[in-house]
Design a protein around this ligand. Structure first.
Ligand code: FAD
Length: 501
């Protein structure tokens, strides 16, 4: 028998998580539910999540976002990957580019042939077999040409950089246009009903009481409902991901508009560089046990491309996840649900998948525990797999110049990551489990980029002759180089794209 539907949805918080949730639900629920969003201008948003991964295009499609309007309104740029500087060793530089590596030849994956030819000294660096990596290096960009079959141009995976405040504003306009009601004000407390402890209302400083059936906690690190009200508990992962602070500062733009995020490792952390149309976003993520805030600020400011446009802003955090993302009638989305630190720009993606999962397991008044348990199982799986990928960046280093990096190299790692690294070492193979976020190609680029030794490759590589493999690799490499030659400059492309009606 179908249970009674819920009616009132209350979204607590209007950062990226709150407004993405509002935009998605107001689109998908077709005006059948009453959606209200409460936020406080005085408290504001964390305002630093400005780099994304390609899956965000799916969110934009579902919500019906026009890409040109979106790029214009958020001062957006295109992103083809992340460049890592000084991660494996000081002086190392590699890119994790989106999309595929090479083209499939026959029996085994492209990278297996590359492993063999590399040993023979007959392969080019891995990046030369990736169109996104080569285009990024040349500051070129264009979206995939779906009309050109069997060409790397058909296969350009990309994401965006955007101004987080403008993004929240853009999604707000869209959501309000679809019936979401915004309520301004500071929430002082939540009340719970008897006997099950479900949240039944939130109260604002102004005395206004907002009642609801389903509460989506998008209140950021505070976790107003999921933690402060329901004391759900937080699983602390700082023994694996020890960074606990970030200093963020925007600076003036410089002429080359790079179509990638840069992550430069420093003494006790790393610095991001996110190019937007109107400014560059920068931030130093660091571990306060190894460096003072003053030194971290001075490192950040001495590594900017242009003049700083503000004083550095300090953000404190603990890496980890909420023990349950969904507890009673509260679902935590965004930073209220957990934070893994921003090295691979996964946080906005985790907002997107949390919303997709909420839609899949959308409750009625019974809040069926079976659905809630499955929702939480899937959230945990996703978080843990992303966590492993991020730990890899820290753990797989050969730096000897700082206590921090040595500690990361020597730390105990989760068993799931240990197995993945062992598998790669044995045969250069990555096994993607279920629908974990990062693909084999993502893992391979980081493992290779940070100098993971590989003992052997698949014996099936030898089914092809060495001459055939060489010719195959060469043809992939040269076709990619030719394709990159014809691609437009990123800055020019963005300008034309945003100017078009
Ligand atoms: P917030 O932006 O903090 O929003 C919280 C909302 O709750 C605000 O509207 C606030 O006003 C409201 N609120 C809180 N308390 C109250 C109250 N009492 N009453 C009323 N309203 C209240 N993600 C990426 O994908 N890519 C990145 O490159 C990236 N970089 C990051 C860098 C750093 C240093 C950090 C810390 C995070 C980064 N993230 C990144 C994560 C990203 O910033 C967040 O996932 C995203 O901004 C979502 O935040 P949020 O909406 O959950 O929280």
């Amino acid at each position: 028998m179908q249970n009674e539907p819920i009616k009132d949805i209350v979204i607590v918080g209007g950062g990226t998580a709150g407004w993405m949730t509002a935009a998605a639900l107001s689109t998908v629920l077709n005006g059948r539910y009453n959606i209200r969003l409460v936020e406080s201008d005085e408290i504001g948003i964390v305002g630093v999540g400005e780099a994304t991964i390609p899956m965000i295009q799916r969110f934009n499609q579902v919500v019906g976002i026009n890409e040109q309007e979106f790029m214009r309104e958020t001062q957006g740029t295109f992103k083809l990957g992340v460049e890592f500087v000084n991660w494996g060793k000081q002086g190392d530089r590699y890119m994790h580019g989106f999309g595929r590596l090479g083209q499939d030849l026959a029996t085994v994956a492209f990278d297996q042939y590359w492993q063999k030819m590399r040993r023979l000294g007959k392969a080019a660096p891995l990046e030369q077999y990736s169109i996104t990596r080569m285009a990024a290096k040349a500051n070129k960009f264009m979206p995939p040409r779906r009309d050109v079959a069997n060409s790397p141009l058909n296969d350009i995976a990309y994401a965006y950089h955007f101004d987080a405040s403008l993004y929240a504003r853009y999604l707000r306009k869209l959501s309000e246009g679809r019936g979401v009601q915004r309520i301004e004000g500071k929430i002082t407390r939540a009340t719970q009903r008897e006997p099950d402890g479900f949240v039944d209302a939130i109260e604002l400083e102004s005395g206004v009481r907002v009642e609801g059936d389903l509460f989506i906690d998008c209140s950021g690190f505070r976790g107003l409902l999921i933690e402060q009200t329901l004391t759900t508990g937080f699983e602390d992962w700082s023994h694996w991901l020890p960074a606990d602070r970030a200093l963020a500062v925007p600076c003036e733009s410089v002429p080359s508009l790079t179509p990638y995020t840069r992550a430069t490792a420093h003494k006790a952390g790393w610095q991001w560089r996110i190019p937007l149309q109107h400014r560059i976003g920068n931030g130093h993520v660091f571990c306060s046990r190894f460096i003072s805030e003053d030194e971290a600020a001075s490192t950040l400011l001495s590594n900017l491309d242009g003049k700083a446009l503000a004083e550095p802003r300090l953000i404190k955090f603990t890496t980890g996840m909420r023990k349950q993302a969904w507890n009673k009638n509260v679902v935590a989305v965004g930073l209220a649900g957990g934070f893994l630190e921003p090295i691979e720009s996964t946080s906005i993606h985790l907002i997107q998948t949390a919303i997709a999962r909420l839609i899949e397991f959308f409750p009625d008044r019974s809040f069926n525990p079976v659905d809630v348990t499955e929702y939480n199982r899937q959230s945990r799986f996703e978080y843990e797999r992303v966590r492993d990928f991020i730990i890899l960046h820290y753990h797989l280093n050969q730096r000897t110049d700082s206590e921090y990096w040595t500690a990361c190299a020597n730390m105990a790692i989760p068993e799931t990551l240990r197995q993945k690294m062992a598998m790669y070492r044995a045969r250069g193979r990555v096994v993607r489990v279920d629908n974990e976020l990062f693909s084999e190609v993502g893992w391979i680029q980081v493992l290779e980029g940070q100098n993971m030794p590989v003992d052997a490759f698949s014996p099936l590589v030898d089914v092809q002759s060495e001459a055939d493999i060489h010719e195959y690799l060469e043809s992939v490499r040269s076709v990619i180089a030719q394709c990159v030659d014809v691609m437009p400059d990123h800055a020019e492309y963005v300008k034309k794209f945003c100017a078009a009606a």
